[in-house]
Design a protein around this ligand. Structure first.
Ligand code: GAR
Length: 215
């Protein structure tokens, strides 16, 4: 038997971790143009100084930080530096949006229950950096995306939400990725807004929005 953890605080300061193009970040920034949207991206932290996501952040007037692994003696030191860089902005939520590295225990423990990751497959199928390619190579007819809480594993934390995307005959990696990401951006915006407004309750592998229901 597991004991549910209390829901996280209901507030919406978000720090985004991003390594790449930042299309997910862009969707979140578009969503927060609506003043009733409950979450606000306040900063973007990247492991790559040249990540286009940083340009998007700067263009939106957001604070940015870059924490490059090769500047640190080992992974634990880099991991601690990422946690520090994020913590500076006092986030209620941390969203890994196209962040292509696994974060270790110091980061995961510091932000337990309030760090989310988005991944372009129906987890637990096809974790890792090549999810869309791996799904196509396997020959699945249905793929999609998953938003989940971050734990110390590879795309392995409790699932908050998923959306399915059918594979079409003739799909290549770019075509399938584009259709998944279209759905994924809406899913991330929805989940981040709900987590900010309602909190999250975790009971073992089950993650639900809001407070625990009757048991
Ligand atoms: C998304 O499809 C996300 O699931 C994926 O990167 C894309 C976002 O890129 N992340 C992973 O594959 C992590 N395992 P963008 O927001 O930089 O455009």
């Amino acid at each position: 038997m597991t004991t549910p953890t209390p829901p996280t605080r209901r507030s919406g300061r978000v720090v985004v971790l991003a390594s790449g193009a930042g299309s997910t970040l862009a969707a979140m920034l578009a969503a927060q143009e609506d003043p009733t949207y409950p979450a606000r991206v306040v900063a973007v932290v990247s492991d790559r100084a040249t990540a286009p996501a940083l340009d998007r952040a700067r263009a939106a007037g957001l604070a940015t930080a870059v924490v490059v692994p090769r500047d640190f003696p080992d992974r634990a030191a880099w991991d601690a530096a990422v946690a520090e860089a994020v913590d500076v902005f006092s986030p209620d939520l941390v969203v890994l949006a196209g962040f292509m590295r696994v974060l270790g225990t110091p980061f995961v423990e510091r932000f337990a229950g309030r760090a989310l990751n988005t991944h372009p497959s129906l987890l637990p199928a096809f974790p890792g950096a090549h999810a869309v390619r791996d799904a196509l190579a396997y020959g699945v007819r249905l793929s999609g995306c998953t938003v989940h809480l971050v734990d110390a594993g590879l795309d392995s934390g409790p699932v908050l939400a998923q959306a399915a995307v059918p594979v079409r005959d003739g799909d290549d990696e770019d075509a399938l990725r584009a259709r998944i990401q279209q759905v994924e951006r809406d899913l991330v915006v929805d989940v981040v807004g709900r987590v900010a407004a309602e909190g999250v309750t975790v009971d073992g592998r089950r993650a639900t929005f809001g407070r625990p229901g009757p048991r």
